[in-house]
Design a protein around this ligand. Structure first.
Ligand code: FCB
Length: 470
């Protein structure tokens, strides 16, 4: 048995997002998720929409108490663009939303929970998608920055950690390549434009924030960053062909966002690929300058499952570009899989590999695990026992294994400042709705009650002592 000790001021907490938790009460405008659900409810697991969520809008005070009970010292959620902004043409804010977010953030701060606030978690306003094509359009980039500035001005004196985007590649994949987000298009060129415009929106928001900071309009010690899902690509074998396949997967899925957003450069090889595929985005020299000078203060990394690839064997059959032109996905027959949910592969060493990549190739920038989640379904978690707790020790064991890898990287100098579990209370997750449970607390969908899971007891001890044995 070894004791793994983490730094004293380490951030221990959880992540969620506005749309996945708040509920629809008094929301000023629909997002693409409301629109899509209206059009095609059958695409959502058990036809549950994002209206039916944790009702944080009403329950935030009790929930902040629950955060403390599992030892959280920090929490990431997001402001909903569709809640804060009442009128997308004028940028007028909704007073009820301003009031709600102030009360919610104050409640956290008064209880010693550091809020980390994200501006965009897949939740494009429906009106901006339908009128302008969402991030297909540079006008919507401007509208995003207008919204970001409003958020900074309103809450920037109390929020110390800002995040521009959560997993910005995911709406590109889901909305423009693989049909799991609205607008469900399949168009490689458009996908690249949306990706580029999102990076531009991020860069302009970072510049706007730093400008407000220079004018003393937000907290002097405030920081801004981005949260990326970075999954290393592991190969089937050591052949040159497989290594090349992994290199392409890494270029297209990781470096495509990580390099411009964190290193402030576009990989030349990425530009070559996009050129060869005839899908280069429309850019301007001024925009490129903005992107290449928008310095983030920190990086958040989400990790769930590893990516496995092999060299292409079958011919590429789609009539539009996807990254799979350059590789095929691969299931490792010797892999270890999560028996409790969809056979997700379990590979704790990926955390070490991610940490070393940030350390060695991205200037050892301060970073944190912004989401790590162990999925289980409600049936396999089971019901609460006589102590009132649900036994999810499977989750605790896996979390330990992942943290051992993080600890190893930190011993070797990785600049990690925290770990946030996905998630605090089981919440609504896109097309999967409530299929996968991840929370410290079960959400009972019938009653709205929060039921504690044993893992939370372990997490409390971890955050209080900064250590665990394994
Ligand atoms: C991540 C998302 C988050 C949640 C988890 C399960 O990719 O950031 O919103 O749905 O997956």
């Amino acid at each position: 048995m070894t004791t793994y000790q983490f730094p004293k001021d380490f951030m221990w907490g959880a992540a969620a997002s506005g749309i996945q938790t708040e509920g629809s009460t008094n929301k000023a405008n629909p997002s693409i998720w409301d629109l899509w659900f209206q059009q095609s409810p059958e695409r959502f697991y058990r036809e549950i929409s994002s209206d039916v969520v944790c009702d944080t809008y009403h329950k935030y005070q009790d929930d902040v108490r629950l955060m403390k009970q599992v030892g959280m010292n920090s929490f990431r959620t997001s402001i909903q663009w569709t809640r804060l902004i009442k009128d997308f043409e004028t940028g007028e804010v909704c007073p009820d939303a301003v009031d709600f977010y102030h009360r919610y953030f104050d409640e956290m701060i008064e209880n010693g929970i550091e809020p980390m606030i994200n501006l965009y978690h897949f939740d494009m306003p429906a009106e901006l998608q339908e009128t302008y094509g969402g991030f297909e359009s540079k006008l919507v980039v401007e509208k995003f920055v207008q919204y970001a500035v409003k958020a900074f001005e309103l809450f920037g004196h109390k929020i110390k950690y800002w995040i521009t985007f959560n997993e910005p590649i995911v709406p590109v994949e889901g909305g423009y390549l693989y049909d799991f987000h609205y607008p469900c298009k399949r168009d490689g060129k458009l996908a690249v434009q949306v990706g580029y415009n999102t990076i531009l929106a991020h860069a302009q928001a970072v510049h706007a924030y730093k400008q407000l900071q220079a004018q003393n309009k937000v907290a002097a010690d405030g920081q801004i960053g981005v949260v990326l899902n970075l999954t290393p690509s592991y190969t089937r074998n050591d052949s040159e062909e497989d290594k090349k396949a992994a290199w392409y997967a890494d270029l297209l899925f990781n470096r495509s966002f990580l390099d411009p957003m964190v290193k402030n450069e576009f990989p030349a090889e990425l530009c070559d690929v996009l050129k060869a595929q005839n899908i280069l985005p429309e850019t301007s020299p001024e925009e490129i300058d903005e992107i290449c000078s928008a310095k983030v203060d920190f990086l958040g990394v989400n990790y769930y499952v590893p990516r496995r690839v092999k060299a292409r064997e079958a011919e590429y059959e789609l009539d539009y570009f996807t990254p799979e032109v350059y590789f095929e996905n691969y299931v490792n027959p010797e892999g270890r899989f999560n028996p409790f949910r969809d056979n997700n592969e379990i590979l704790p060493v990926a955390i070490y590999d991610i940490a070393k990549n940030v350390q060695d190739n991205y200037g050892n920038l301060p970073w944190y695990i912004a989401e790590i989640g162990i999925a289980m379904d409600e049936e396999s978690e089971g019901k609460a026992d006589e102590t009132g707790y649900i036994d999810d020790s499977f989750r605790t064991d896996l979390m330990k294994e992942h943290l051992v890898q993080l600890h190893r990287a930190m011993e070797e100098g990785s600049n990690c400042f925290g770990v946030h579990q996905w998630t605090f209370i089981d919440n609504w997750s896109w097309l999967n709705s409530f299929k996968r449970r991840y929370g410290f607390y079960r959400l009972d969908l019938e009653t709205g009650n929060r039921i504690p899971k044993k893992h939370g007891l372990w997490f409390k001890q971890l955050s209080e002592t900064g250590q665990f044995d394994y």
